[in-house]
Write a protein that binds this ligand. Structure first.
Ligand code: URA
Length: 246
């Protein structure tokens, strides 16, 4: 059994204070009867809870895919800048959500958001060696041997030895880069090691999970059950693409 406000908060219907008001206002029913007491105990699996007639489906965790826009930080709270969690509607604010790893403030693209710590850890754990694919726009002359240099394991300015990675030139000032690590400014620092400055960076995929192209920057959607498994597949889907040697 759990408190009604806990169930509603967990499923993304608002903060505890808001839920108290929601219940008081007669918006919430339990087994078809209006319940104005947000502290009432309910069985999340057996009791039929609804908000304004919409069934509340209890799922232990929430899994979202966000197309992160530039200008927001990958954090739950920040004193200076808007956060990725702040982009989500009010109904998600009480659910304990956090970003799975980080993208820099100016980086765009695929960011996962969840309240499932075990799932998140399985994706970000360094030992997993999950492919992450980035599209980079760079300033500087792309060296002819950029692919070989990334593949042989770059050594960064601070002496850090990177795992072998892949880079392919896809335009005059564009590279597709595949890394299996996620250290601070990983891609930007790797590019700097071959004399390039990254001016734009977008993450396209994590493992076999690809950013949904229908999502505009700032948009998000829940992952399907099948999609939740895809980040654990270490190989990226672009390897199969025509002309793509990565
Ligand atoms: N590498 C970077 O340098 N920045 C990111 O945001 C992600 C990977």
């Amino acid at each position: 059994m759990m408190r009604l406000d806990k169930l509603l908060g967990h499923t993304g219907w608002g903060t505890r204070k808001e839920l108290k008001e929601l219940c008081k206002g007669g918006h919430v029913t339990v087994n078809g009867t209006v319940c104005r007491d947000s502290s009432r105990k309910v069985d999340p699996f057996a009791d039929a809870v609804a908000v304004d007639g919409e069934a509340v489906v209890y799922e232990e965790h929430i899994y979202l895919m966000l197309n992160k826009p530039a200008g927001v930080v990958s954090a739950t709270e920040d004193n200076l800048s808007p956060t990725v969690i702040g982009l989500l509607p009010q109904k998600y604010q009480g659910a304990g959500l956090f970003p799975v790893g980080r993208l820099d403030k100016d980086t765009t693209g695929l960011l996962l958001i969840t309240n499932d710590g075990v799932w998140a850890h399985g994706i970000t754990a360094p030992k997993k060696h999950t492919d992450k694919v980035y599209e980079a726009v760079v300033a500087g002359t792309i060296p002819d041997d950029v692919g070989e240099r990334f593949a042989s394991g770059l050594v960064l300015a601070d002496g850090l030895h990177c795992l072998p990675a892949r880079a392919e030139q896809t335009g005059e000032d564009r590279l597709t880069i595949v890394v299996q690590e996620g250290k601070f400014h990983q891609v930007k620092r790797m590019c700097a090691a071959v004399g390039l400055r990254v001016t734009k960076l977008q993450r396209r995929s994590i493992g076999a999970l690809v950013l949904d192209e229908a999502l505009q920057p700032g948009d998000f959607r829940p992952l399907t059950e099948a999609e939740r498994e895809l980040p654990f597949s270490s190989k990226n889907p672009f390897q199969q693409e025509k002309n793509m040697v990565l």
